[in-house]
Design a protein around this ligand. Structure first.
Ligand code: F6P
Length: 342
């Protein structure tokens, strides 16, 4: 069950406050807009007379007690920066009960009453387990370029990553056209095809190969190679979502080379350029909205919820739903993509 929330910091401010000091950390893969979220969490907390501690290097920093005090001016000049000023990590030790015990002792020593985690589903799984073990309130802000979180239309960084892919593929298209080549462009997405699907539509890709519809898309590819390309096209862009399910761009291109030795096939793996760069206006605005909403949620005694944006409204999604359920792709978008190439 998702709950739509009206953002009203002033109303929350009037409530009796139990919280005194909150911590904020970034965890998992970095995503453009994480800094905007850190800034919003810090400033909204300070506006509500809370003290703020930044935890460096994600959960590893929680275990090691790598804490810094954050004042409003400490988060000046970071809104437009990619990456995360608090650094991030994927922490194996936090997956053990010993690791979480150490982390809890550090939080207790620093008199931290609640934690805001900016990250993806792995980060929220850790938060959920620790909040159950130690009754520590955690609120999550979804930040991953993959946009694969259940309960939110949007995760921080996705919009910027999508624009980075579109920009890169537009450039690759110039070479594809000039040389009459077929490019297999691999994009990120972990086990989700949202970047591939939407960048494919935005770039007019001839075919997209995504884990959610792998077999069907492979058929589309064969159709394109045997009919479309040979009869009416002189070049083509095939966007492939990374991962075992699709096999990745290299593998698909290799198979195509064997079957069609006459074609000029090239592969381009965009890789981590998709994770970097200055966040778009939308990523900055949504990161700011979600940062403020995270503090509202904590002041409202919420715990173990992820802040999300659904139909442009702030929502709260229980962690156990956010981490267990999938963000399904919009099959209508797949139809549109096919229609554009029929
Ligand atoms: O989860 C975000 C993501 O960018 C995935 O799309 C990708 O598979 C993964 O991170 C790569 O992460 P890293 O290089 O940090 O291990």
């Amino acid at each position: 069950m998702m709950m739509i929330v009206t953002q009203n910091t002033m109303a929350v401010e009037r409530k009796k406050r139990k919280l005194k000091r909150i911590a904020v950390l970034t965890s998992g893969g970095d995503a453009p807009g994480m800094n905007a979220a850190i800034r919003a969490v810090t400033r909204a907390a300070i506006a509500n007379k809370l003290k703020v501690v930044g935890i460096r290097h994600g959960y590893q920093g929680m275990i090691d007690g790598d804490f810094i005090s954050l004042k409003a001016f400490d988060v000046s000049g970071i809104l437009h920066l990619g990456g995360t000023v608090l650094k991030t990590a994927r922490c194996m030790e936090f997956m053990t009960s010993e690791g979480r015990e150490k982390a809890y002792q550090q939080l207790k020593k620093a008199e931290i009453d609640a934690v805001v985690v900016i990250g993806g589903d792995g980060s929220f799984t850790g938060a959920l387990v620790m909040s159950q073990e130690y009754n520590m309130p955690f609120v999550g802000i979804p930040a991953t370029i993959d946009n694969d979180m259940y309960g939110t239309d949007y995760t921080i960084g996705y919009e910027t990553a999508l624009n980075t892919v579109v920009d890169a593929v537009d450039k690759i298209r110039d070479t594809a056209r000039s040389h009459g080549r077929i490019f297999f462009v691999e994009v990120m997405g972990h086990e989700a095809g949202l970047i591939a699907l939407n960048s494919g539509i935005a770039c007019g890709a001839e075919v997209i190969v995504i884990p959610e519809s792998n077999e069907h898309q492979q058929d589309e590819l064969h159709k394109f190679l045997s009919k479309g390309y040979k009869n009416k096209e002189s070049s083509g862009i095939v966007i492939v979502a990374e991962g075992e399910e699709t096999g990745g761009a290299m593998k698909i291109a290799e198979e195509v080379r064997k079957e069609h030795p006459d074609l000029e096939v090239r592969v381009s793996i965009l890789g981590h350029i998709q994770r970097g760069g200055s966040p778009t206006a939308k990523d900055r605005i949504n990161a700011t909205r979600m940062g403020v909403a995270a503090i509202d949620a904590l002041l409202d005694d919420q715990k173990s919820v992820m802040i999300g944006i659904a139909n442009d409204h702030i929502v709260q999604v229980p962690f156990n739903k956010a981490v267990k359920l999938n963000h399904n792709i919009d099959t209508y978008l797949l139809e549109i993509q096919r229609l554009m190439n029929s």
